[in-house]
Design a protein around this ligand. Sequence first.
Ligand code: PLP
Length: 489
Amino acid sequence: MDHSRAPVLEALQEFRRRGDVVFGPPGHKQGRGVDPRVADVVGMDVFRSDVLSLNGLDDRRQSQGVLSQAQELMADAVGAEQAFFSTCGSSLSVKTAMLAVAGPGEKLLVSRNAHKSVVSAVIVNGVEPIWVHPKFDAERHLAHPPEPDDVRRRLKEHPDAKGMLLITPTDWGTCADIRGVARVCHEFGVPLIVDEAWGAHLPFHPSLPPWGMDAEADLVVTSVHKMGGAIEQSSVFHLQYDRVSPEALKQREDLLGTTSASSLVYATLDGWRRQMAEHGQELLDGALHRAERIRSAVAGLPGLRPMGQEIVDAGLAAEFDPLKIVIDVRELGITGMQAAEWLRARRHVDVGGSDSCRISASVTHADDDETEQVLVDSLRALADGADSIERQPAVRLPDPSSLELEQAMLPREAFFAPAEHVPAERAAGRIAAEMISPYPPGVPVVAPGEVITEEVLDYLRSGVEHGVLIPDAADPSVKSLRVVARSAG
Ligand SMILES: Cc1ncc(COP(=O)(O)O)c(C=O)c1O
């Protein structure tokens, strides 16, 4: 296929050249009505390129097939049989992908280190989750993806499960043995869905960990805005084999998706595919060398411990994305949240993630010598200045086994059941009616239907005291919790 073409961008260019006068949405009419104060900040081109797909990018009959051509080019570039663009982020795409495999009341294996969007899907879709517990790394206090044998065990216990959803890479760059898990799923005749929100770049360089389509998964969801170059909310479904019907995927996407897809998202997805197809290997080569330099510079700084290949050598993860610079800061005597706040306040450097132990910085094809220098200099300054950061009592990290909570009710039933709020002191033993997800990474520590324990409460509350954010809890301070009312439990 001709990867120098970019059908959406070309259609947008043509629309602008023709100067169509539009009497439908968007009401700003390609910027004619925009408040200049808005245009001053975000630029007029945002509005000029914001057009409807039908009767804008394409004609009323979609006869030029603008979007389908762009999707075919994407599939060809990454080696998938089919690709579909979504403008609603992977948060929505994972819900659709799960719904394409398991309907309400059906069972789906889900790795429990799932992002909150996956747990939301379990609630919204009404599937019965068969949790596959991740591998807890007590030393680093990290959850790595589950292994093929964990999946085999759960499929043997639940032979009626319709498939599996695996999350890899994690927010912290550790990756599953996708091929191993896919083969186990296929032995049982069910598809593997991979939430590869953090892996959009993986198809474009041979030294990066294998991605889902190359590793025999059936359906892969990526967020191109995370490690790739399209704008926020850009997400792609990739499909191969015949275990997931493209028709079911399309129709179930239609149930949840928007009828007003953003042309800006489509255009930037299209442009990213062209850039990667033409220059991906070279651009990612540069990023990989940069990440290696950053990691070794950080390893030489006192108190900072970058995570690397040792995680794979120790058998904790099958692969590791080297473009994720994950740095343990505990030896500095501070938390990752404190490090992140210090870097933002003192150096205007915004890291990608932080938790009680570490920070992470994503290196992409977009980094250059200047950003590399800024990152290394700021981390050096952090290592030198950490003594001046106020010491806090440590977050009370639970024993990994106590993070595996008993599931007493289905998440959907618990979420919609009559609920009450109880003070945290009286919440142990009660069934959660809400998700409680420290952010980032947004992986729920407590999912609806799980029985709350003292250890988890202690962990969450001490985390909040240290600046962990829990935006989805009814009471983000976790002084009280939303639990299933006694009469309903
Ligand atoms: C593993 C994982 N899946 C899905 C999502 C949701 O993706 P999006 O932000 O594109 O909606 C995220 C977001 O952080 C994530 O980390």
